[in-house]
Design a protein around this ligand. Structure first.
Ligand SMILES: NC(=O)c1ccc[n+]([C@@H]2O[C@H](COP(=O)([O-])OP(=O)(O)OC[C@H]3O[C@@H](n4cnc5c(N)ncnc54)[C@H](O)[C@@H]3O)[C@@H](O)[C@H]2O)c1
Length: 364
């Protein structure tokens, strides 16, 4: 009943913000009363226009010679719910050609990852795979996928290479294995040069396990993959950047669960692991600024990836959606733009940030 408690706590101050969707899933007397009284009062104060008058002052417009503006009205359509974006499973991946890059304005050039060597963990599938595709489209020189899943990793690297013509390698690496990571990073340096970017997306989730019955071995395993794995990868890639004296960007995929407690499922370990990732990111950012290595976190909300495509989660997904202002789960490519931005020089003054990208979930 955490959300009911949360909504009830908010009701006296922010009663108009209580969403009907929340009331639908966890109705409480407090919510219903607050919504009907406040929303009714504010609704009657809003003047709804059917047309908006416009005045345009434009040298090409009629009437400007005489100093007059062009006047007209635009109709106002009633607000409609935006359709959910559809992601094609097998879209094209179009690499940024040198000719196109050279014609881009300076701002867009800076927002690309032109010429950068990029390592992406967990890139065999899901969010990591889509961020790898995005980096390929944004001008990466070469991409190295680190993942524990041999079959999927090979398949996705071959596919990305085939679609883009870019050099793409797959390294079967478990992010808990520091020695394997070091060997693979060294190999990337030999193949393509020192990496400019690390995107750390490998991770696992356990949920619907009450803390009082959580198996300590499972707890340790998850922390080892999500938190220690993020550290080992950052340490290895950070050392390579330092050794080469090369500035770099490290992007850790945390989660909104590092800042909020999810509802209704109990998942103390996952939440703790992601809070650790966020604090790890901030600590590394402070320590490594002197080496011009930036470290930032992406904290996604609920995303519609294989991690969540479990029939047992179907009922909970309805609750998650109803608690998300955008009324949907994130698409598998919804982190792409932010990933490219954080990897690019356009975010050069940004380090130690944790960017939540959750359709508004954590606003409530
Ligand atoms: N899907 C979501 O709703 C969601 C929300 C917030 C945060 N995240 C985080 O985003 C990241 C990616 O999630 P996803 O939904 O794409 O998951 P996913 O399961 O689709 O992909 C994760 C990838 O990580 C790899 N991996 C797992 N353990 C590994 C290990 N020990 N060593 C190396 N590789 C390993 C897997 O093989 C897989 O390819 C994770 O860190 C996850 O916690 C996901």
């Amino acid at each position: 009943m955490a959300s009911a408690v949360r909504a009830a706590r908010m009701a006296p101050r922010f009663s108009v913000l209580v969403r009907p969707a929340v009331a639908r899933t966890t109705p409480s007397v407090c919510q219903r009363a607050a919504f009907s009284v406040s929303a009714g009062r504010f609704k009657s104060e809003v003047i709804k226009e059917t047309e908006v008058p416009v005045s345009v002052y434009n040298p090409d417009a009629k009437g400007v010679a005489s100093g007059n503006a062009d006047h007209f009205s635009i109709p106002v359509k009633p607000r409609q719910r935006a359709p959910e974006p559809v992601v094609e499973e097998d879209e094209e991946v179009v690499p940024l050609e040198e000719k196109v890059y050279s014609q881009l304005p300076k701002t867009l050039q800076k927002m690309s990852v032109h010429g950068k060597v990029i390592i992406i963990t967990g890139g065999a599938r899901g969010l990591g795979n889509y961020m790898a595709r995005a980096c390929a489209e944004a001008g990466a020189k070469a991409i190295a996928i680190f993942d524990a899943n041999q079959e999927l990793g090979d398949e996705s690297a071959a596919e990305l290479h085939q679609k883009t013509g870019l050099p793409v390698s797959f390294f079967k690496v478990d992010v808990r294995d520091g020695h394997a990571i070091d060997a693979a990073v060294k190999n990337v340096v030999d193949l393509y040069g020192t990496p400019d970017v690390l995107v750390n997306s490998a991770g696992i989730a356990d949920s619907n396990i009450p803390a009082e019955t959580y198996d300590p071995a499972m707890f340790r395993r998850l922390i080892d993959i999500n938190l220690t794995g993020s550290f080992l990868m950052s340490q290895s890639v950070g050392r390579a950047m330092m050794a080469a004296g090369k500035p770099g960007s490290i992007i850790l995929v945390a989660s909104m669960s590092g800042s909020i407690v999810n509802y209704p499922q109990e998942q103390s370990c996952y939440n703790a692991s992601k809070a650790g990732v966020i604090q790890l990111g901030k600590s590394l950012a402070a320590e490594w600024a002197k080496y011009q290595i930036r470290v930032n976190c992406i904290s996604p909300g609920y995303m519609d990836t294989a991690l969540n495509k479990v029939p047992a989660l179907d009922a909970q997904k309805k609750i998650w959606k109803s608690l998300t202002p955008q009324d949907r789960l994130g698409n598998v490519d919804d982190l792409n733009g932010l990933c490219v931005f954080l990897a690019s020089d356009a975010s050069g003054f940004m380090t130690g940030s944790n960017v939540i990208i959750d359709g508004g979930y954590s606003l409530y």
